[in-house]
Every structure is written in C-alpha cells, then in structure tokens.
Design a protein. Structure first.
Length: 226
C-alpha cells in the first residue's frame, strides 16, 4: 500500500467488526454495512476553514468543513449542511451539535460532545477525555462514545457503549501512516461515518483552538518580558 500503510501503534491489532445493527446519529446515508471506511485528515492548517475530508480508497471528498476558521458546521460533499456546532461560553469543554435548521437557543441538541485534551509531559502525551452523548436513531437508546489513547500523537481507539448492557465495541481507530502531513481514521462497518468524522474533526479543531490560545499566551508573555 506504499505510503498509506499504517505506522504500528498500541491499537494496531484491534479489529473493527461490523455492528449487528446500524449506528445512526446524523444521517443513515453515510452508513456502510459491510466495509471499513478510511478517511484522511490533513494537518496543513492552523484552522478548520474550508477543509475537505477524503475517502482513502476512492480519493473522493466525502465531507467538508464550513467557511469559518473554527469548525462550526459539517457539510457533505455537495456542501449541504449536515449539522452545526456551538459553544456555551459559560461551560467549558462542551460542544453542542444541532441540525442545520434548529434554533440553538431553543431546540434540544442532537448531541453533546465533551472534549478535554490530554496534557503533555517531557516524554509523552497523556490520554485525552472524550464523551459523546446521543440517541441512536436505529434503537432509540441513549449511547455514549469515548476514546482511549493519545490524540496529539494520532494514536487512539474510539469505543461505543450502546446502552444495552453489552461490552463496549471498538468502532474507530486513529493512526499515522508513512505519508507525511496527516493521519487516517478507520471507521467500523455499520457505523454512521458522518458521526465519526464529526467527532474526530471536532477533537482536532479543539486542539487547534488550544494551541492558538497557548501561542497567544506565549506572545503576551514575551511582550511583558516574561
């Protein structure tokens, strides 16, 4: 596979099996029943403005971000809005996801996504925290998606708790490849790829916000002679 070959990591041996029932949170159009979907995320920009997310196999654009510098909406390949994202300035680390035509002030959100980036140490990155709470459109159950691993190192596994008493299922893997400037996300069969791409793009956008904030503090400190 050349440069698309994955770089070995802690989750390389974890297999992604098809879910027995489709997991749908945004749009059932983006559920592939029998095959793993691999989407490439690039690291070319400090912001999330006008990004394109491509299927690694077909090389086709499958999703896009909006025109603002931070991720405030997810679009399909034809630039039709799928969801919009908002923040409450009084609540840290929580992103609220609504349908494009919803009133963010009045209507219930489609889901809440809690993101807390892992700290950095001299030798490594520490695990981040993620909690995605939503209702599965297939089963009408409340579900939760979490993460294990180091997002900054692009080494992570996403898991699903479907609220049915069954063990958590691995539904996504994040990893680097030998190709420069980017990383891949593998999505398990029978899982809403728009949901998974939204989660991963939003985690990365959150990291960009954090880096911008930290860089701003550094500039401010230099100006004060700190």
């Amino acid at each position: 596979m050349g440069n698309t070959e994955s770089v070995p990591n802690a989750f390389s041996d974890i297999e992604l099996f098809p879910l027995q029932e489709p997991l749908v949170a945004i749009d059932s159009r983006f559920v592939r029943k029998d095959e793993i979907t691999t989407i490439r995320l690039m690291e070319t920009s400090s912001f999330s403005k006008d990004l394109s997310f491509k299927d690694v196999v077909s090389k086709q654009v499958v999703f896009r971000s909006g025109p603002k510098k931070y991720l405030d909406r997810l679009l399909d390949a034809e630039r039709k809005p799928l969801v919009k994202i908002s923040l409450n300035p009084d609540i840290q680390n929580v992103y609220y996801v609504h349908r494009p035509d919803a009133d963010s002030e009045k209507d219930d959100e489609l889901m809440q996504i809690y993101i807390k980036q892992g700290l950095t140490t001299v030798k490594s990155y520490l695990d981040m925290k993620l909690s995605v709470d939503f209702t599965d459109m297939t089963t009408n159950r409340r579900c939760k998606i979490g993460i294990q691993g180091e997002w900054r190192a692009r080494t992570a596994m996403l898991w699903l708790d479907r609220g049915d008493g069954q063990p958590r299922a691995a539904i996504g893997k994040v990893y680097r490849t030998k190709m420069r400037n980017g990383f891949n996300v593998d999505i398990a069969p029978n899982v809403d790829t728009s949901l998974m791409l939204l989660i991963c793009a939003l985690i990365d956008d959150d990291l960009k916000r954090l880096r911008q904030y930290q860089n701003g503090l550094g500039t401010w400190g230099l100006a004060l002679g700190m």
